[in-house]
Design a protein around this ligand. Structure first.
Ligand SMILES: Cc1cc2nc3c(=O)[nH]c(=O)nc-3n(C[C@H](O)[C@H](O)[C@H](O)COP(=O)(O)OP(=O)(O)OC[C@H]3O[C@@H](n4cnc5c(N)ncnc54)[C@H](O)[C@@H]3O)c2cc1C
Length: 422
């Protein structure tokens, strides 16, 4: 019996309705993951880290018929890496660098493909507001990308501001813009569905199995975990905040920082709910970085926590993924409350919950998508997503699969090469 037939039969080839509550999907994916564990020690490709980028990589590789093993040190999903927390903003007028826009076009297409295959809704088009002074990097950068790639951006008149976005109190000297095609994607569900689809296509996914070391000998790579030793022809490293440990040669350019997210109760709940309120970004000229947030999402559909989510996109304290202080401080909370009181008069009544998340920052805050130096194109890495990577995970997995199998990619990733810091 062919491998894929065996796997499909042994799992009953069931796909859980993808609108199922997250807890059900979680139980289902972990059940089929445990059934996908085989005694095999040899694989075409091993993927270290089945999170945002790794789950998508396993999916793309397995779909092409390659024999794949995905190794994840925790459960799928979990809250200790970079993707936890219900929602991630997706947008195209990319202020960080216009060269990301072609990758975003492909990322949007790939999200749609996953939605079509699974029947799930993963991308929610809420529109994204941009508020900031015209000389701020957010505003200058988004116009650069929007003009270069003809991305629709609308200026909001004072009348529209008062009628549609009256939740905000914005100074007259701030630009008021909206990207109508932007919104958010749902990270936990996406990671679960990519994992589910990878397993359905024949991948083995081992959870609670930590990769301890790897070594290349000619065209064979040996991967040692805390459970077993494996061999593969190609290795893909998608280890998020642990990437610097898995590839020590790159660790100096992958700084992990502690970031906080809050879910708050606004004074007027209804006005901030999904359907009545968009995603938003505000570049407060008195503070570094950018504040951003989401509408209140119904927990029956999106899982917890309850409330309006917001965060501050800037570099938090440098930390280590295994030793980060996950307890919120008074300062973490007051930073976000101060911002709400300033820009959303009805936005804050009380704090519901605060959670810690991790960024992995490169010196220029652009990703690393490349072969690991000195490994003869046998080892590929996707890392350093610097707090803005999730929206790309649908295309990054495809790129990782291409690089691992063919040694090249059709996507324009030259600006994300690993050598640029040396
Ligand atoms: C607060 C916050 C807000 C964000 N907001 C946005 C946003 O709005 N839009 C956006 O696009 N992006 C956003 N991001 C960024 C985005 O979430 C990250 O860039 C993305 O999740 C990084 O994916 P990753 O695969 O590199 O890491 P992860 O998703 O963390 O995956 C890495 C995986 O590798 C596993 N692993 C590591 N080492 C090993 C090992 N040795 N053995 C086995 N498994 C291992 C880990 O357990 C983990 O599951 C945000 C991030 C944070 C923290």
């Amino acid at each position: 019996m062919k491998r894929r037939e065996f796997i499909n039969r042994s799992m009953g080839a069931t796909m859980l309705a993808s609108t199922a509550p997250l807890s059900k999907l979680f139980a289902h994916v972990n059940e089929i993951a445990s059934k996908s564990v085989t005694q095999d020690a040899n694989y075409d490709v091993i993927v270290v880290g089945v999170g945002s980028m790794g789950s998508s990589t396993c999916y793309h590789l397995a779909k092409q018929g390659h024999k794949v093993l995905g190794l994840e040190q925790f459960d799928i999903p979990h809250e200790l890496g970079s993707y936890a927390g219900q929602s991630r903003i997706i947008r195209k007028a990319y202020f960080e660098h216009p060269d990301y826009v072609p990758l975003l076009e492909r990322a949007y297409q790939n999200w749609k493909t996953l939605e079509d295959e699974t029947g799930a809704e993963l991308y929610f088009k809420t529109g994204l507001l941009y508020y900031g002074k015209s000389d701020h990097a957010l505003i200058k950068g988004l116009w650069e990308s929007a003009n270069k790639y003809s991305i629709p951006i609308n200026e909001i008149t004072s009348k529209e501001q008062a009628s549609h976005f009256s939740q905000f109190r914005i100074a007259d000297d701030y630009e008021r813009l909206i990207e109508p095609d932007a919104g958010f994607v749902t990270p936990e569900r996406a990671v679960l569905l990519y994992t589910e689809r990878a397993i359905q296509s024949g991948a083995s996914i081992h959870t609670k199995e930590k990769t301890l070391e790897w070594k290349r000998n000619g065209s064979t790579i040996t991967v040692k975990t805390d459970k077993k030793t494996y061999q593969c022809k190609k290795l893909v490293i998608t280890a998020g905040p642990w990437a610097g440990e898995v590839v020590p040669g790159l660790s100096k350019d992958l700084k992990v920082t502690r970031q906080m997210i809050a879910w708050v109760k606004p004074k007027n709940w209804k006005r901030f709910e999904l359907g009545n309120f968009p995603c938003w970004t505000i570049a407060d000229h008195e503070r570094p970085g950018i504040y951003y947030g989401f509408p209140i999402l119904p927990t029956s559909q999106f899982g917890g926590p309850i409330g309006m989510k917001l965060a501050h996109h800037y570099h938090g304290d440098v930390t280590h993924a295994d030793r980060v202080n996950r307890i919120p401080t008074q300062e973490d909370e007051s930073n976000l409350i101060r911002m709400l009181n300033k820009f959303m008069p009805e936005g804050y009544e009380s704090t519901h919950v605060m959670k810690t998340c991790l960024y992995t920052n490169t010196p220029d805050e652009n990703f690393v998508l490349d072969f690991v130096p000195d490994q003869q194109k046998n080892v590929v890495i996707a890392a350093g997503f610097s707090g803005h990577g999730f929206k790309f995970s649908s295309v990054v997995g495809e790129i990782m699969a291409e690089l691992a199998i063919t040694g090249s990619t059709t996507q324009p990733i030259g600006f994300l090469n690993a050598q640029r810091f040396s």
